[in-house]
Design a protein around this ligand. Structure first.
Ligand code: KOT
Length: 804
């Protein structure tokens, strides 16, 4: 959109005064943000309306990305850049005495996700809009997002994330599009043999729409998040007037609890009934909304697959399959066979993890009570599937039980998702191969055509263009700005790999970003870090398989080495951690305490002359990542091989010119393929070795400890009073490593130490290091989510681009 600076200034002053009721000089930062965001929302409204009109007129196929998490972060900068008015706004504000960057930082993150899965969903929305693909998000409008983390006395303490407290400028409540979602009740059959529900507990699902702005293409798609409300007529006024005040509110409280708070677990299934309610709530509301708007087009329902794709992001929305079947059969009068045929064509599913503790299962008992008709439908899907299996496997009942959707009183949601979708994809090549050859091998055998890989991606607009403006400017100076439209053009940078001027500029930008991060660390942690040290960053959820423990044991080893020889020639290092642990994940929380305890000891030890600093940044979030990642030299991607399905942080760091220290896990394998062995630092067990160790049951941690005095020393230090007077404090970590090292921390320790030694040597060779950084940036374009989305659109959804 085009706008003159002076017009903007007039609009802004008017908006700011109207909204705040103050002279502009007296307004608060929040007033200034509120006015700017509201104005931007107004500016983009006509594009939003026009985009929907265009999709309707052209009857374009719509993609609905169903996800229980959308970790979008802030919107303001993204939207200003998207509608192409950032520079004008920045100048206009400056002339009015305001600073855009400061205003931007007022916005609260929309943190409706735990980590990779939710962030991926948000990035996909960004790419669909940028590519003019009619694709929209469907999820839950949680009143509270992922908890806010504070570190108190070295421990993680959780606080509620009241992100809606100051009102959400971006969303629009669409009361007229509200639908009812029915829980509980009895299934009845009418005289025509049709099923219906009676005595249900209905909940009103109210949609809130947020615009998803494309990049300078006048496209605005929609993220629709549903909020649970009590149905007015259901509010018990009789009780209220009889004086049963508390009881009258109980129902309201129960209903609204559905969209109250995001479950704070990543890659872990807690199996709580409220979670099941959340899942059916947004799935049913979303599917009903889709069918309602489809029917307005006047096209027969049995052709819906030509106009609608529903993508199931992990198994949490897998009930979409049964909900579609319910509507097709019970309401639209289709036969089972016809309904099934259409459902399969409409639905596709992404698997994000093979961790057994993350695989969603529900007890038949609770499921059946909460969702009786949906249960019946899943039972019938299962019955038919098992019948097929029985024939395919020559009446081998064991095989049928192994693969059944419902078995031993448990419903396996991944199996439902596979059986009810036409496409099943993994999120990186290695992960997809593991699905096909191991975890889901039986399903791959009978449905080979369903399985495919779609390696994850990240939006280069948020993670490079917006988060790292100085690097973006250098890139554009050398190769032009074609890379913004198509990130593969970053490859052009290779031409300048030997250009000393270019190398200098890359180095200067990184230094500037490191200086800014050092300021942040000083302000938030009170730690003064050496800005010339290697900034080594491990930022992601805290999980044993992600092996923050391996990192901190290595830090302890380096510290011991320096204590023995304080004058050692040693490249100064700043080890930065940022990670939230699930509140109920005890060992993960103790790992945070360990990192902070080691940090306190090292940071305050004068003997090592500031050669190592350890920093734990609290409250890792999208906006913190936007500061942290551009300032990183070394990216820690050190999960136990086979455990990290893909990872996406790895891609963001690489795109910002960090060198990765990595196991050959998830998408690290593909980063390695892109940059070559010389430009990534690999270590650790291979996939084959990991499986062999699991299969042989011969892993002997004691033998490793006996052979490695470095390891023995750091392990002893966990419990000999070296770190804390309380010798039991880290007992659980010690025991998990020594007696049950499920994630092969000890096995990979030596190889990890050596990998860090290589890093140190490369860093000392300035030119070599800068070339590594440049190669990483230049090859990061293949990990743009635009590429991933184009593959989903052509290979799974059969969705077309609909440009203006
Ligand atoms: C599972 C259950 C609840 C919440 C989150 C998950 C989850 C998250 N499962 N997989 N993930 C991560 O998804 C990312 C996006 O595909 C991957 O990059 C990452 O490796 C997964 O661990």
């Amino acid at each position: 959109m085009g706008i003159l600076k002076d017009t903007f200034k007039i609009d802004y002053v008017k908006k700011l005064t109207n909204k705040s009721g103050e002279d502009i000089e007296k307004t608060s930062n929040w007033d200034q943000y509120n006015a700017l965001a509201s104005l931007v929302r107004e500016y983009l409204t006509s594009d939003w309306v026009n985009t929907n009109d265009r999709y309707n007129e052209k009857k374009s196929k719509q993609v609905y990305y169903f996800s229980i998490e959308f970790l979008t972060g802030r919107f303001l900068l993204n939207n200003l850049v998207g509608i192409g008015i950032k520079n004008i706004v920045e100048k206009g504000l400056k002339e009015l005495g305001f600073d855009l960057e400061e205003i931007i930082s007022v916005e609260k993150d929309q943190g409706l996700g735990n980590g990779g899965l939710g962030r991926l969903a948000a990035g996909f929305l960004d790419s669909m809009a940028a590519l003019s693909i009619p694709g929209h998000g469907c999820g839950i409008r949680y009143n509270y997002g992922l908890f806010e983390q504070k570190i108190i006395d070295g421990y993680q303490v959780e606080f509620p994330d009241a992100w809606l407290k100051d009102r959400n400028v971006w969303e629009i409540k669409k009361l007229d599009k509200a639908v009812e979602v029915h829980f509980y009740g009895d299934v009845r059959i009418d005289s025509n043999g049709k099923y219906y529900l009676e005595n249900t507990s209905p909940v009103l699902a109210v949609p809130y729409d947020t615009p998803i702005v494309g990049y300078k293409n006048d496209v605005v798609n929609t993220l629709r998040l549903w909020s649970a409300q009590v149905i007015n007529k259901e509010f018990d006024f009789s009780k209220f007037s009889r004086g049963e005040y508390m009881n009258a509110f109980k129902k309201k409280y129960d209903v609204e609890s559905i969209s109250q708070v995001l479950y704070p677990n990543d890659s872990y299934d807690e199996g709580k009934i409220l979670r099941l309610k959340q899942e059916y709530f947004f799935v049913s509301a979303g599917v009903q909304g889709i069918i309602r708007s489809f029917k307005k087009m006047g096209i027969p329902i049995n052709k819906i697959y030509d106009y609608v794709s529903i993508h199931i992001n992990d198994t949490h929305p897998a009930m979409a399959i049964a909900e579609l079947m319910r509507i097709f059969i019970d309401i639209e009068d289709l036969s089972w066979e016809e309904a099934w045929d259409i459902t399969l064509k409409v639905c596709s599913y992404t698997n994000h993890t093979i961790l057994s503790e993350a695989l969603e299962c529900w007890h038949v008992g609770i499921f059946k009570e909460l969702l009786p008709r949906i249960f019946m439908i899943i039972e019938e899907i299962n019955r038919r599937f098992c019948k097929d299996l029985f024939d395919i496997y020559n009446k081998d009942q064991n095989k049928v039980n192994d693969m059944a959707i419902i078995s031993d009183g448990i419903i396996r949601m991944a199996y439902l998702a596979i059986v009810g979708s036409h496409s099943v994809n993994g999120v990186a090549k290695l992960h997809t191969e593991i699905l096909k050859n191991k975890e889901l091998h039986d399903f791959y055998t009978i449905f080979p055509a369903k399985f495919n890989n779609k390696t994850n991606g990240i939006t280069h607009r948020r993670w490079l263009l917006n988060a790292n403006p100085d690097l973006s400017n250098v890139i554009t100076k050398y190769i032009g700005d074609y890379w913004v439209k198509d990130a593969l053009n970053l490859r052009e940078l290779i031409k300048y790999i030997d250009d000393e001027k270019f190398q200098d500029e890359i180095e200067i930008v990184k230094q500037k970003n490191k200086d800014a991060l050092a300021d942040y660390i000083l302000e938030h942690n009170g730690i003064k870090v050496n800005t010339k040290s290697i900034f080594d960053v491990h930022a992601k959820r805290l999980h044993e398989y992600k092996r923050q423990t391996l990192n901190i044991l290595h830090v302890m080893f380096l510290y011991n080495k320096l204590l023995k020889n304080p004058d050692l020639d040693f490249v100064p290092r700043t080890f930065i951690f940022a990670a939230k642990a699930a509140p109920s994940y005890y060992i993960a929380k103790q790992t945070i305490k360990l990192i902070n305890t080691v940090g306190d000891k090292i940071n305050n030890d004068k003997r090592i002359k500031d050669k190592i600093k350890v920093v734990f940044l609290e409250n890792y979030s999208v906006s913190l990542a936007e500061i942290l990642i551009p300032a990183t030299d070394v990216s820690e991607q050190i999960s136990t091989t086979t455990k990290e399905a893909s990872g996406t942080g790895n891609m963001k760091f690489m795109m910002n010119g960090a060198v990765t220290i990595a196991t050959l896990d998830g998408a690290n394998v593909e980063i390695h393929e892109e940059v070559g062995t010389d430009n990534i630092v690999l270590f650790g067990l291979t996939e084959e070795e990991v499986y062999e160790l699991y299969e042989k049951h011969e892993y002997n941690t004691q033998a490793i400890i006996d052979e490695d005095p470095r390891l023995k020393e750091v392990l002893d230090q966990l419990k000999n009073g070296f770190l804390s007077e309380d010798k039991e404090l880290f007992q659980i970590i010690y025991d998990s490593l020594v007696y049950n090292d499920e994630y092969f921390v000890l096995k990979d320790f030596d190889s990890y130490v050596k990998a860090h030694e290589r890093i140190e040597n490369y860093y000392l060779d300035r030119e070599r290091w800068l070339k590594m950084c440049i190669i990483n940036i230049a090859h990061s374009g293949v990990f743009s989510s635009d590429k991933t989305i184009l593959e989903y659109a052509s290979g799974i959804w059969e969705a077309q681009r609909v440009p203006k």
